[in-house]
Design a protein around this ligand. Structure first.
Ligand SMILES: Cc1cc2nc3c(=O)[nH]c(=O)nc-3n(C[C@H](O)[C@H](O)[C@H](O)COP(=O)(O)OP(=O)(O)OC[C@H]3O[C@@H](n4cnc5c(N)ncnc54)[C@H](O)[C@@H]3O)c2cc1C
Length: 373
């Protein structure tokens, strides 16, 4: 968003609560119109160079024997480590960034928004864009508590750095017990590997910014799990300071704007990692919002409804997450056996091709805002 605004001649200020870029996370897909967006940013060749070469998902038994594999690699939709994408976008964005800060209050009037920060002096802005993730602070201030907007999808998940030797090159390897999955994401052309955990649970009461508490919750969920390499994965993941944990949740809002405040990315429509569409939706949404702002000279009354109408069909499609969670985390041993049989059939690839074609039909065409840039 900031990069596109700067290209359109609008000077944004970015506020990031962390003291440095957050480079954690697994591979994320640059898919559909997001490929066009990164191409228009001039970043597609680098995205392709950095792309992981993961072939797909494999499910193993307690001894490590692969019982089913699903090929997911699609050369038209590169998968890239989230950290590589973040670093690439940052390098392409020459704007002011206030690191280690957060918005404390927003007061709108006819001419702008008076913004008070936790640390920096207060300033005025024309619009304020909340692109601060599923637990958005801007959304809480402008729209209300997150419980009104987040739907919990019965699971928690965690990602963390781990020893690459624990996984097989070019596969996301997963091991299940009922309602639990321990896995490893291992690209063949990256030294790094990511441990990946998911478990089914009733809602838990915890502080979503307390990493020590997150580690304790995952340790408790996998206590007594000794099959395959679960113990080693857990032990190494627990030493990673960048351990990332969250509820599998979706954000649903009737409107993404209120006056001069607008939301973008997971703050507005988190579809959850189970959708595989977080990066795609954020890249396309940012391109549309920045482009509409430039095209309408920043008139938020025109821009925000246009952005909402144009982007919502894609968001609605991607929030239909289908059987993805049941595939990765079957509830029972019987469910796991059925999953293994289904995964061996050549059905999965055909199903996702049908799904992609249906989504392509619903998506609104991407305007060429680069002419204005
Ligand atoms: C560390 C990390 C790892 C992730 N790993 C994966 C993954 O492996 N797979 C996957 O599908 N999705 C992952 N996600 C989510 C994925 O990045 C998003 O779904 C998608 O890219 C949309 O991005 P976003 O910018 O809207 O939100 P996010 O990527 O969540 O970024 C939000 C940003 O806002 C910052 N922020 C939060 N609160 C404040 C505040 N009060 N003030 C200022 N800044 C604030 C955060 O530090 C973060 O940098 C991860 C997110 C993070 C933060």
């Amino acid at each position: 968003m900031a990069s596109w605004l700067a290209r359109h001649g609008i000077q944004p200020t970015v506020v990031e609560r962390a003291s440095a870029l957050r480079l954690g996370g697994n591979g994320v897909d640059v898919r559909g119109d997001a490929v066009t967006v990164v191409e228009r940013m001039g970043l597609l060749p680098r995205v392709r160079e950095l792309a992981t070469d993961v072939r797909g998902m494999q499910f193993v038994d307690a001894t490590g024997r692969a019982v089913a594999r699903i090929h997911t690699q699609d050369p038209a939709s590169p998968e890239i480590m989230r950290g590589d994408l973040v670093a690439l976008l940052r390098a392409a964005t020459d704007v002011d960034v206030l690191l280690g800060d957060s918005i404390r209050a927003l007061e709108q009037d006819d001419d702008g928004v008076h913004v008070t920060f936790e640390h920096s002096p207060a300033r005025r802005f024309d619009p304020v864009v909340g692109a601060d993730g599923m637990h958005s602070n801007v959304r809480r201030i402008a729209f209300g508590p997150e419980e009104r907007f987040i739907t919990f999808k019965d699971h928690y998940f965690a990602f963390a750095d781990t020893d690459a030797a624990l996984g097989e090159d070019r596969w996301v390897t997963m091991f299940n017990t009922p309602g639990k999955m321990a896995g490893i994401y291992r690209s063949g052309n990256h030294a790094q590997a990511k441990a990946y955990f998911m478990f089914r649970s009733a809602p838990l009461d915890y502080d979503h910014r307390d990493v020590a508490e997150h580690k304790r919750l995952v340790s408790e969920a996998f206590a007594g799990e000794a099959g395959w390499r679960t113990r080693q994965l857990l032990d190494s993941a627990l030493t990673d300071p960048g351990f990332y944990f969250d509820a599998l949740g979706q954000v649903r809002m009737n409107s993404w704007s209120d006056g001069r405040v607008v939301l973008l990315g997971d703050a507005a429509w988190c579809a959850s990692p189970a959708s595989g569409a977080g990066a795609e939706l954020a890249l396309v949404g940012a391109y549309r919002l920045a482009g509409e702002l430039a095209a309408a000279n920043g008139d938020h009354r025109v821009v925000f409804p246009r952005y909402d109408a144009a982007h919502r069909p894609l968001v609605n499609d991607k929030q239909q997450i289908g059987p993805n969670v049941r595939l990765k985390v079957p509830k029972t041993d019987g469910g796991r056996c059925v999953r293994d049989v289904v995964a061996r059939l050549p059905l999965m690839k055909a199903m996702s091709a049908v799904e992609r074609r249906a989504q392509a039909r619903n998506a609104r065409p991407l305007p060429d805002f680069t002419r204005a840039a």
